[in-house]
Design a binder for this molecule. Structure first.
Ligand SMILES: NC(=O)c1ccc[n+]([C@@H]2O[C@H](COP(=O)([O-])OP(=O)(O)OC[C@H]3O[C@@H](n4cnc5c(N)ncnc54)[C@H](O)[C@@H]3O)[C@@H](O)[C@H]2O)c1
Length: 256
């Protein structure tokens, strides 16, 4: 029997159909949380929902205020006010140098990664205010802590997510709402696999190979989605009751 740190408490998770959001949702469910699972991927959501007893789900676009607000209202209606929010919906885009993005590609990355995180927070903070407490984790990236040669727009968007989390922590500390930011390194999920394939197909810019990605990590391996889920659950939990505004790499030592 696992710990039940979240028994009966309500969590809203975006990007819940895959990778880090899925791993986090499954861990929260195992510890008794009741979940709103949000993603654009209906099939993936269905699979995760089937493994999370008492959960509800909403198929929508994280960058659409209409979708996010409707999901927040549906969650409130079905489960009561949410105490927890994890924003894991994100895209990394096509590896390119900054000047090679089209305006449309650039806007899309910022819409999903930055605006999407902000919209979810904006929709869920009123529910946390009802409760007089809350804990939010924004999923950023080690790419948001330093420049990235081949994921320039992604890196810029994650830098914005990191600073958004810190500003939110300052905005809401007096209301009992904590906001922290997890920065995964390279974690073995569908997103990372897709990036390796695309990077390997890039032309003259000599992108890193999968082995080069791996060997630059001090621990010598990619991370597991569960290892990120564990960090997220720590920040959400009461064990982190005096912790807000923290930006934490979980990266096998990459940013040491
Ligand atoms: N995997 C890594 O190595 C890694 C490293 C650093 C940061 N991250 C970040 O972690 C988060 C999760 O990544 P992952 O590896 O689990 O990727 P993933 O592709 O496995 O999962 C992302 C999920 O987000 C959903 N999603 C994407 N755009 C959406 C939108 N507009 N509306 C609704 N849902 C949307 C996808 O459908 C998918 O289910 C992302 O924000 C990513 O940038 C991942």
């Amino acid at each position: 029997m696992s710990e039940q740190r979240f028994a009966g408490r309500v969590a809203f998770v975006t990007g819940a159909a895959s990778g880090l959001g899925k791993a986090t949702a499954l861990k929260l469910a195992r510890e008794g949380a009741r979940l709103m699972l949000f993603d654009r991927d209906a099939k993936g959501l269905q699979d995760v929902q089937a493994q999370c007893p008492g959960s509800v789900s909403y198929v929508g676009d994280a960058s659409s205020s209409a979708d996010v607000n409707a999901a927040a209202a549906a969650s409130r209606e079905a489960l009561g006010p949410a105490e927890f929010l994890v924003t894991s919906a994100g895209i990394n885009g096509i590896p390119k140098m900054a000047v090679d993005y089209t305006e449309e590609e650039w806007d899309k990355l910022f819409d999903v990664n930055v605006k999407g995180s902000w919209l979810a927070v904006k929709a869920l903070v009123p529910q946390m205010r009802e409760l007089g407490k809350g804990s939010i984790v924004l999923m950023s990236s080690t790419a948001g802590l330093g420049g990235s040669k081949f994921l320039a727009a992604y890196s810029a968007s994650k830098g914005a997510v990191t600073m958004l989390a810190r500003s939110l922590a300052l905005n809401h500390a007096h209301e009992g709402i904590r906001v922290n930011c997890v920065c995964p390194g390279t974690i073995d999920t569908p997103m990372a696999q897709e990036m390796f394939v695309v990077a390997s197909q890039m032309g003259g810019a000599a992108p890193p190979t999968v082995d080069q990605f791996r060997t630059r990590i001090p621990m010598g391996r990619f991370g597991l989605a569960d290892e990120i889920g564990d960090a997220v659950l720590y920040f959400l939990s009461d064990a982190a009751s005096y912790t807000t505004g923290v930006t934490m790499p979980v990266d096998g030592g990459l940013k040491a």
